[in-house]
Design a protein around this ligand. Structure first.
Ligand code: CMP
Length: 140
């Protein structure tokens, strides 16, 4: 199994409810290691840049408004097949569709306020990690 890194974001609904530790416990229980982590309040322009792939979609404006509404925690998770493993631990994008026990099933409030973001491929993971972290800030 490939050792991988993936970018994770604990969204404003997670920081607002002070449940970031509960979420991190889920990652660690699944074998994912938090090798970089920072709490940031994204500017609207940063949210738009990060989610540029969704520009033009109906949910883009609400998504960027939400992601810049309050602090988030950006993190790099590392482990065997970390990209797929994190997506498994997060559950489906829409909390209503997420499997029991997943982060979004347990904590997600809606498809917008779905508590966590995770990279969806190796290419995206590399881009998203570089968006927030320098290599020297990631400590395995
Ligand atoms: P995330 O993994 O952060 O990637 C884009 C986000 O857009 C997604 O989680 C959801 O929170 C949000 N979103 C809102 N509506 C939709 C939709 N119809 N399809 C996909 N993502 C959506």
């Amino acid at each position: 199994m490939a050792n991988e890194r993936t970018l994770s974001i604990l969204k404003p609904d997670a920081t607002a409810r002070n449940i970031t530790g509960k979420i991190n416990t889920k990652f660690e229980a699944a074998g994912l290691r938090i090798v970089a982590q920072r709490r940031v309040h994204l500017a609207r322009s940063e949210a738009e840049q990060f989610y540029a792939i969704h520009k033009g979609k109906a949910f883009f404006n609400d998504l960027c408004a939400f992601m810049s509404s309050a602090p988030v925690v950006v993190q790099v998770l590392e482990g065997a097949n970390a990209i797929a493993k994190n997506r498994e631990v997060m559950g489906a994008t829409d909390p209503k569709q997420a499997a029991p026990g997943t982060i979004r099933a347990e904590f997600g409030l809606s498809i917008d306020q779905n508590t966590v973001h995770g990279s969806d491929s190796a290419t995206t993971a590399a881009q998203e990690i570089a968006f927030f972290f320098r290599e020297t800030e990631i400590l395995s």
